[in-house]
Write a protein of this length. Structure first.
Length: 441
């Protein structure tokens, strides 16, 4: 069978360092010991050539595609590589038919789909019947949460393996290997202190590809000595690591993870953590207006009447973001999130609305009481619209005991004040109103 090979590559000398050093066996693979350490489940599956349909989920540069290539070398099955960027439904169906033919002759087919999250629903659905009947073993790789990006029917037939960002020690080990291995800079006299390797590892943020690319730039731009050796300089390294590209996708899971971290830090009255997560989002390119909207929501959802001024702070920050934008508005957002973190907390507004919403959804057809309706026509007056309505301003207390909820919900309580901040006073006022109304009945 003709395979779409992963290994048709350019001459080694012209390949980037990361490509030249791609591990060819589990023994060379660095990191992910929770999956491929001795006796671990993924290692056993690969070594026994019994892989099942699976999804590799993890950040960039942690070995998802490399593991697929190792499986390709170890398996006795036909191995087909797909790119979600370049393949359409026509190509999928063609290859699936080929896999179906192989199955009739007793041959297994493993299909590897890189960036499977880029396939739309129709493309993913094209794989489903072939996975179900065993024509193919599907291995997908994704940087996005498969719960959101992979069809539920397809996901339920795959085992998800979570790959983690590499630790600094793992990356340093990888960099040393690059300096020693003949496929990398082995055989060349490269002078690079250990602290430089550590700085590159920290800069890479757990991404092996970024680390190796940075090392390659530092070496290729180093100082040559008379004997042909290379010395990596501090100046060159500083240029290579001058700006870290933060892991962030404004439409992906990390977007929601970071805004969740900001919201929960403010809720837990932790201004330091709140400012950190704010900075993480802004420096990664998040729209400050989006953050300002979320902070405004927080002002009522988590602070509410415990400090009514919180909403003023949030709206002012929102307006500042609209007026002056980044980077100047970062300080206004900082003021707002610190204020929210230190404000007394009450979720009474959120609880009130969600409880009322649940009742409203169950009783959408409950009629508005006649006395609360406006009688804008003669017919409406004849039908008793507005009859019995009492105008609060006509009374000394500016208050009546008129029932404003439908009869079925007459005694329901939605707003339940907390004992936090200024909401104590609101609670006392409400208690007095309810007591006065109770005396009138």
């Amino acid at each position: 069978m003709e395979q779409l090979s992963l290994f048709d590559a350019a001459p080694a000398a012209s390949q980037p360092l990361a490509a030249r050093l791609r591990p060819e066996s589990l023994e060379e693979f660095v990191g992910q010991q929770h999956l491929i350490g001795p006796g671990k489940v993924l290692r056993r599956l690969i070594e026994s050539d019994q892989v099942a349909s699976m999804i590799f989920w993890g950040p960039p540069g942690v070995g998802k595609t490399t593991l697929a290539r190792i499986i390709a070398r170890r398996t006795k099955a036909a191995f087909i590589d797909f790119s979600a960027v370049t393949s359409g439904i026509k190509e999928i169906r063609s290859v699936m038919q080929q896999a179906d033919d192989n199955r009739r002759f007793g041959e297994r087919t493993i299909v590897f789909v890189d960036e499977i999250h880029r396939f739309n629903k129709a493309q993913q659905d094209a794989f489903l019947p072939f996975v179900e009947k065993g024509s193919i073993i599907l291995i997908g790789a994704t940087t996005e949460n498969p719960s959101f990006e992979v069809n539920a029917a397809l996901l339920s037939r795959c085992k998800v393996f979570v790959l983690h960002a590499l630790g600094v020690e793992d990356v340093v080990k990888l960099l040393r290997h690059a300096l020693d291995d003949p496929r990398g800079f082995g055989g060349q006299a490269i002078e690079m202190p250990e602290d430089m390797l550590t700085r590159i590892a920290v800069f890479s943020n757990g991404d092996a590809r970024t680390a190796l690319s940075t090392l390659e730039m530092a070496v290729l731009n180093g100082e040559l000595d008379a004997d042909g050796g290379v010395k990596a300089t501090e100046e060159t390294l500083a240029q290579c690591v001058s700006k870290k590209s933060l892991l962030y996708d404004k439409s992906g899971e990390e977007h929601y993870n970071l805004i969740s971290a900001l919201h929960k830090s403010m809720r837990n009255s932790d201004p330091d953590a709140a400012v950190y997560w704010l900075a993480r989002m802004l420096e990664a390119g998040e729209d400050p207006i989006y953050i300002a909207r979320r902070v405004t929501r927080f002002a009522s959802e988590d602070v509410g009447l415990a400090d009514p001024r919180a909403l003023d702070q949030a709206v002012a920050a929102f307006q500042a973001c609209r007026l002056i934008g980044m980077p100047e508005c970062s300080v206004h957002l900082t003021q707002a999130v610190v204020y929210m973190a230190l404000a007394p907390k009450s979720n009474a507004m959120e609880v009130a609305y969600m409880t009322a919403k649940a009742d409203a959804e169950k009783a959408l057809a409950d009629p508005v009481p006649l006395h609360l309706r406006n009688a804008v026509t003669g017919l409406m007056k004849d039908l008793d619209y507005g009859k019995g309505y009492r105008y609060a301003h006509d009374y000394e207390e500016k208050l009546t005991d008129m029932q404003c909820l439908p009869d079925a919900l007459a005694d329901k309580r939605y707003y339940l004040p907390t004992n936090q901040g200024e909401e104590v006073a609101f609670g006392q006022k409400l208690d007095a109103i309810r007591a006065w109304k109770g005396e009138k009945h």
